[in-house]
Design a protein around this ligand. Structure first.
Ligand code: PYC
Length: 410
């Protein structure tokens, strides 16, 4: 039986994961988006800086957006001198997260393998491996013998239309229990006094004299001088509320899961040329994804076309999976920027801060984004790590090109 909100409900050995609260008339910080990024920012604001008069507003349930709709891959094998240290810092935080949150997020650093099927792809991956190594990230090229040893199900013969020629091997990469990341951050933010408000939609943001003064929601107006947009899918809608136009186009991204199988795949396998990636969860299910839908949309619709074409590509890589059944499919939506890097930091509107434009990379950056956003808000300074990711780069031309580091060709 559901008990009334506003109280701890003892329905498990530790009670509810987080409490319900009435919406207060004012908060020091309002975070829009109750996914891993927003919750991490709330947690680190409280833990690192003692700022607890914070509300996290989520229009649906906690973790219902991109945080609950990704394929749970974590990695740092990016391409640019700006991106690599950023995602590396995230992998390192993820590695200590179970201990930090006192909650098992099941991070399995089983290794991440990006296949090359052409000379050009080998060259591109080699460049990435070298840049990763220079910046202290463990990545190297491997060749068909080692690829077969690490992932015996892969067909490394010359039978396939696109034979496997080599791979970028990134041992610290892996998969995680994505819901546990959300729940762990939510629980710890709550325990430190942050108010989590699910089912609370932001309908407007009030700006007076060039500075944010209030957030209007489906449950009433909140006075605040600091708003962080940590939204995926709706970042342009939120930015428009303060008359800010973002260089973002939103696309759906689909994925699917198979029936559970005996464990046989203990690395993440990615093929950019075949537009597909696959990993096996601890439950034995295969998690399979592809590139974004080729059209801009806010739709969460799964399509047969995605299932059919992606399954075909996976079978090129692992023909033995021909009889495996797909159990379910889902879609999320991704805010794509022109250079495939995020937009983080202050904006021309006072008190309006953004952590958006993550495209298909958002989940893997959650802890570092939370920590950095909390630092930015608490100190009113942009931390060095995110200076290259400002909104201004799209007018100065100093882009951070990470398209070539995408798991698949989008
Ligand atoms: O960049 O690793 C990645 C990824 C996988 C699924 C979506 N993005």
């Amino acid at each position: 039986m559901l008990k009334p909100p506003n109280s701890w409900i003892p329905w498990g050995p530790r009670g509810r994961m987080w409490r319900r609260h009435p919406l207060k008339e004012s908060y020091d910080v309002v975070i829009i988006g109750g996914g891993a990024h927003g919750l991490a920012a709330a947690y680190y604001l409280a833990k690192d800086h003692g700022i607890t008069n914070v509300a996290v507003l989520e229009k649906n349930y906690i973790g219902s957006g991109g945080s609950g709709r990704n394929t749970a891959i974590v990695r740092a094998n990016y391409r640019t001198a700006e991106g690599i240290p950023f995602y590396d810092a995230s992998v390192k935080l993820y590695a200590g997260l179970s201990q930090e949150l006192g909650y098992n997020v099941m991070f399995s650093q089983r290794g991440h393998m990006t296949l090359a099927h052409s000379d050009r792809a080998v060259k591109g991956l080699r460049e990435r491996a070298e840049r990763n190594q220079i910046l202290g990230v463990d990545s190297r090229m491997i060749w068909p013998d080692e690829i077969k040893r690490l992932a015996p199900a892969l067909d490394v013969s010359d039978r396939p239309r696109y034979p496997i020629m080599g791979a970028l091997w990134h041992p610290p990469g892996g998969i995680i229990r994505h819901d546990a990341v959300v729940w762990g951050f939510a629980r710890e933010a709550d325990r430190r006094g942050v108010h989590l408000h699910p089912k609370t939609e932001v309908t407007g943001i009030k700006v007076e004299g060039g500075h944010v003064t209030a957030v209007e929601t489906s449950r009433g107006t909140i006075r605040t001088g600091m708003v962080l947009s940590s939204t995926a899918g709706w970042c342009s809608t939120i930015a428009q509320m303060v008359d800010l136009k973002l260089p973002v186009v939103t696309h759906p991204l689909q994925a699917m899961v198979s029936e559970p199988l005996k464990p046989f795949l203990d690395v993440v396998v990615v093929s950019a040329s075949l537009h597909a990636y696959i990993s096996q969860t601890d439950r034995g299910e295969l998690v399979i994804g592809a590139g974004i839908n080729p059209y801009s949309s806010y739709s969460f619709q799964s399509t047969l076309d995605f299932m059919e074409s992606t399954a075909g590509h996976i079978l090129e890589l692992m023909p033995a999976l021909a009889e495996v059944k797909i159990l379910r499919q889902w879609a999320g939506i991704c805010d794509m920027t022109p250079d495939y890097s995020p937009i983080m930091g202050f904006t021309p509107v006072g008190g309006f801060v953004q952590d958006v434009g993550w495209g298909t990379y958002g989940f893997k950056a959650s802890p570092i984004c939370g920590k950095i956003m909390a630092q930015l808000i608490a100190t009113n300074r942009t931390p060095d790590l995110i200076v290259p990711f400002s909104l201004e780069r799209f007018s100065t031309g100093e882009l951070v090109g990470e398209k070539a580091a995408a798991a698949v060709g989008h």
